[in-house]
Design a protein around this ligand. Structure first.
Ligand code: B3K
Ligand code: ZN
Length: 881
């Protein structure tokens, strides 16, 4: 018998809480196997709740050990209690205190939700519904309480005791080897923002003085010995704090801000009030073990969690359907921060790449859902690219439509009006509508409708009348379970480029769809005509990727070449190069499938080679432009009946054609560009390394005599992880001589750094050859593999399933089956990690019939399991729908 699907929770069923909890006093007596929690809750019945209505508290795998009401023990007849629910039958009408005692076993907590131990450190993860695994509570985001937390633990094992807020008191517990700390957080918060940490950790300390002159103590806690790896994270934190003051007028509000890095963590990091807990991957960095991408990620995640202090913590969500209220907005804020710290164009390109590779396929497959979903079975499955990344795009469009000033005024109003609230998307949009005087009713559809709109574009130049017309239409492809979609409001930033490459002054059109350089498509069809246009211009549309849409535009190769070399908008320049490459890759794939001889286009090869030498472009940009669309991107573009082997071969063909034709041009970039001397993680130095490595990517397959040796030499002489890992990946993925020697050397050098070892596992899991599956299976038995550590599972299995399309979708079905087995195995211990791994099947229907049948049978195997978690049941049901 297959396990059951959990009941659906629906937005339309939202009811305000019948009781509120104003204050929480927590006593946590820490012990690895038997931690005792006493929670004293100040409860108040709400005015419109009937007297005597039951108080129902959430629990999850809890053991109740005591229950007092206003200090007196409750008789058993007055309540009912199970592991996941505590009901007080007839509570008093007047405010009362409920004292709930529970006992939990942190060491047995393999789900890493609630209170658990990671390498001996006690830590918590409460979002979304983990607090109920600590004590019975109204575990919902609209119940905001002031917390006082007393932690007690063995001084020897846990010298550090941390919780939310400010530290009030510390001391010894007389007559024992234990000590305690009392923390008080004056800001009312929902339970999902609760956190505690206790362990033997070392602080790296600094301080920050806010714009209004308040000194805030900053600490990053890590395992002993890791202190030297915290410099970049601390620097990123201070820059984030300053940026939020300068950009949005947001100051930090407590006396202390603590970050703790742990090695076992289900996701990236968590914004608990005053006590952020991080996956150590997003804190620890040194040149020898962290890549430039790691440095950029640390900067972004530190900023993201810090920015949540206002967008998420001071103003939180009324219910979990509103998740994008905090996540979309906070991703937008961290993207803007990184753009200001680095190159805006390069950051935009990276963000759009991520959006297209993660969110677009989600929106086009069985897991599609609106930015604000209306229904869920398991909320943890909604921390998705749609809620986060598309959610950020929606905020970005709001800024484009309103203009910088009105957008800022709207956000100011939101902070002012809703500080301390648990609120909704409607309330958020109202602030912008009010500040700008615009009706945002239709814009709100972006939150309601799933699916990526397709914008079809046609242009016409009439030389006699000297007019240039743009016809636009939009369509949202059908999404299962969604009624006919309505037209979205799509801001399209654009320019008309004259024959000499300059943007034309845009003549007035008298058309209300156009305002300066933004064309707003808010109907099914629109046409705009520009007059007094002397010569045929080239349209550059969707500049800066101003809306999360797909363009259906038949731009000819000559216009794309023109845009690739002339567009003043760097994003669209990059896009033109990518479109040229993509068109060729799709053509090549088709020809390979028909067994026709496939030849990469000379034009495409030429344009890519020219990018390399265009010194008017910065290195990071050139590296991005020279990065071919990934195999997954090409598969997505093809859309149906995909053969990943043909895609892989096509991509290699184009790569080799570029490399063979222009091999000699790449060599100087390989040699000269990587900066030597003291390592700097800044954007300029990282850009140089990126271009140098991209040149190596081509040179490796150039057929030049010294190609393989050059890659090996780069590996052997690398003095930073970016270069070492890039060369290692080429050695392994291109199956070059000495790849085994390189893997051994890497292992020897890095076996003590688990973050560096994650990269070792990942490099092998993503190698395209036929032998990879057996290799991955063998690596699961490697002494350094740990199926309980989420980073390790992601590095081996998730990267195989999402980063190795030919081997995951092998025609013998063994790739799918291996992942299916792993999902079932992991699901028993950590459902969140299992269900995340399971989402790698989401594009199965786009595969060719043979492969999709194999994927379906692997999914059926998971689905027929009797013991599936609610998380995995939800994903497998929807994936098979
Ligand atoms: N808010 C957390 C994510 C929590 C995920 C719960 N399954 C991290 C973040 O987005 O900042
Ligand atoms: Zn977030």
């Amino acid at each position: 018998m297959r396990s059951e699907t959990a009941p659906a929770i629906r937005l339309e069923d939202y009811q305000p809480p019948a009781y509120r909890i104003e204050k929480v006093r927590l006593n946590v007596d820490l012990d690895p196997a038997a931690t005792r929690i006493t929670a004293t809750l100040s409860v108040e019945k709400q005015a419109n709740t009937e007297t005597g209505a039951p108080l129902i508290l959430d629990g999850d795998e809890l053991t109740l050990t005591g229950l007092l009401l206003n200090g007196a023990e409750l008789p058993e007849s007055a309540y009912t209690c199970t592991a996941d629910r505590l009901e007080i039958h007839n509570p008093p009408a007047a405010p009362f205190e409920l004292t709930v005692s529970t006992r939990i076993n942190p060491d047995a907590n393999t789900k890493l939700m609630g209170l658990y131990r990671s390498s001996g450190t006690f830590c918590t993860q409460c979002e979304a519904e983990g607090f109920r695994r600590i004590t019975y509570f109204l575990d919902r985001p609209d119940v905001l309480a002031v917390y006082t937390t007393r932690l007690e633990a063995s001084r020897a094992d846990c010298p550090v005791l941390l919780a939310n807020g400010n530290l009030k008191e510390t001391g010894e517990v007389a007559g024992t080897d234990r000590h305690y700390a009392i923390w008080h957080d004056p800001f009312p918060k929902p339970a999902y923002l609760f956190a505690l940490v206790a362990g033997d950790l070392a602080p790296v300390s600094d301080s920050f003085t806010t714009a209004s002159g308040k000194k805030v103590a900053l600490n990053i806690y890590v395992e002993h010995g890791k202190e030297p790896l915290c410099g970049w994270a601390m620097d990123s934190l201070k820059r984030s704090m300053r940026w939020d003051e300068e950009t949005y007028g947001r100051e930090y509000d407590l006396d202390i801000f603590n970050i703790v890095a742990v090695s076992d963590f289900n996701m990236g990091a968590m914004e608990n009030k005053g006590l952020n807990i991080f996956n150590d991957k997003y804190v620890l960095a040194e040149p020898d073990t962290a890549t430039d991408q790691d440095y950029a990620n640390i900067e972004a995640v530190i900023a993201h969690e810090y920015f949540h202090n206002w967008t998420g913590n001071r103003i939180t969500c009324r219910d979990w359907f509103q998740l994008c209220l905090k996540e979309g907005l906070t991703v937008f804020r961290d993207q803007e921060f990184s753009s200001d710290m680095r190159s805006r164009a390069v950051k935009r390109i990276a963000d759009v790449r991520l959006l297209k590779s993660h969110q677009f396929p989600e929106d086009a497959g069985p897991l599609a859902h609106p930015v604000r979903p209306r229904l869920y079975h398991e909320i943890n499955n909604f921390y998705t690219a749609t809620v986060y990344e598309k959610g950020a795009e929606v905020v970005r469009m709001l800024k484009t439509l309103l203009g910088d000033e009105k957008f800022r005024a709207g956000l100011d109003l939101y902070f002012k009006r809703h500080d301390g609230d648990a609120t909704t998307i409607e309330a958020f949009l109202d602030c912008f509508a009010e500040a700008s005087g615009k009706d945002l009713g239709q814009f709100a559809l972006w939150y309601e409708q799933a699916g990526t709109p397709i914008v079809t574009v046609e242009t016409d130049f009439n030389p006699d009348r000297k007019t240039f017309s743009i016809s636009l239409s939009q369509e949202i492809p059908p999404v299962p379970g969604q009624k006919d979609s309505e037209p979205a409001v799509i801001p399209l930033r654009f320019g008309l480029i004259g024959p000499n490459g300059e943007d034309l002054e845009l003549p007035a059109t008298g058309n209300d769809a156009v305002s300066q350089d933004v064309l707003v498509l808010d109907r099914p069809v629109r046409e705009v005509t520009f007059s007094n246009i002397a010569a045929r211009p080239v349209l550059s549309l969707l500049r800066g990727f101003s809306a999360p849409v797909r363009l259906n535009q038949k731009t000819g190769a000559s216009d794309l070449l023109f845009l690739a070399e002339q567009d003043s908008d760097p994003f669209n320049r990059w896009q033109a190069v990518q479109t040229l490459a993509m068109q060729d890759l799709v053509r090549l794939t088709g020809e390979l499938r028909k067994n026709e001889s496939a030849q990469p286009s000379k034009n495409v090869v030429g344009v890519l080679a020219r990018v390399l030498e265009d010194t008017s472009l910065d290195e990071a940009f050139r590296a991005q432009a020279l990065t071919l669309p990934s195999e997954a991107d090409i598969a997505q573009e093809i859309g149906k009946n995909v053969d990943p082997d043909a895609v892989h071969t096509a991509r290699q063909l184009l790569r080799k054609a570029i490399a063979q034709e222009h091999g000699d041009a790449f060599l100087p970039f390989v040699k000269d560009l990587s900066p030597t001397g003291v390592f700097s993680p800044d954007a300029a130095a990282a850009g140089k390394r990126a271009l140098s490595n991209r040149a190596l990517f081509y040179y490796a397959v150039s057929g030049r005599e010294d190609a393989a040796e050059t890659v090996w030499a780069r590996f052997a002489s690398a003095d930073n992880m970016t270069n070492r890992l890039f060369a290692l990946t080429l050695l392994v993925h291109d199956d070059l001589p000495k790849k085994d020697e390189a893997l051994e050397a890497y292992l020897d050098r890095h076996r003590k750094s688990s973050l560096a070892m994650d990269k070792w596992f990942m490099t092998q899991a993503t190698a395209p050859g036929d032998g990879t599956l057996a290799k991955v299976q063998a690596l699961m038995n490697h002494p350094l593999y740990d199926s309980g550590n989420p980073n390790r599972v992601r590095s081996l299995l998730q990267s195989f399933a999402t980063g190795n399309p030919t081997q995951f979708a092998r025609t013998d079905g063994a790739g799918f089956q291996m992942i299916a087995e792993s999902v079932l195995e992991i699901d028993k211990r950590n459902p969140q990690i299992a269900s995340r791994l399971l989402t790698s099947f989401r594009s199965w229907r786009a595969l060719d019939p043979q492969r999709s049948a194999l994927a379906e049978s692997a999914l059926m195997r998971i689905s027929s399991s009797e013991e599936l978690s609610r998380d995995s049941r939800d994903i497998v049901d929807r994936t098979l729908q």
